[in-house]
Design a protein around this ligand. Sequence first.
Ligand code: SF4
Length: 241
Amino acid sequence: MPAITNKQQLLTQAQTALKKRFPLPEAEEAEPRPLLEELIYAICREGSTTADADAGYARLRKAFIDWNEVRVSTVQEVGDVLRPLSGSGSRAKRIIGLLQEVFEDKYSFDLSELDKKGLKDTARKLRFYKEGVNDYAVAWVIQRTLGGHAIPLDEPTLRVLRRLGVIEDFDPDNLETVRGSIEHVIPKTRGPEFTDLMSVHAKELCVEQDPHCSACPLNRDCPVGIENASKKTETKPKKSR
Ligand code: SF4
């Protein structure tokens, strides 16, 4: 198969191949979460998968009576509930920080009035909550709750995209520009599925240390996969006669 040079074609083919490899459960027609809850879910979801984030978020909802109880709890207490979600302590710190910021701003935990602003205005206002909201969280709520087009990029997704040669090293302060380039080639209708597949792929095959390239359906088009395959061929011992 000829090497794919076009970014859009590469990502479209990657999505199709990953969909076959990691069939996702049918998305349920659930009521969208209120904005603040979706931001808290985004903090659980960044750097994890839907299944792991769902489980962590469900534990959080079950363990505390309401958001105020979470706000006045310690990082240790909230982190213990989120565990075994990776980085549970820093997620807990962000969740408590976000709730505190919203509480100080609104004297409530209701962000529904922001929902009614235009997409750009809502995104700008959400960034005001610096403790809990980052570029991933804003992109997540645009994609899942606000009906806009955005592709949230967390570290595992960026790792896969880097290895595939779709993006290069970039200034972390410039994440919005990188996101724009990916949003340009992934249509809105495929955005949520793309996001979920990248997360599962990063957890199962394209892991941080020693990716499992020989088992990866993208290995014929991925520069790292191709390089790893050639290294393996070079180091294969010759058969003795
Ligand atoms: S071939 Fe290897 S590096 Fe490339 S996407 Fe697959 S697992 Fe990741």
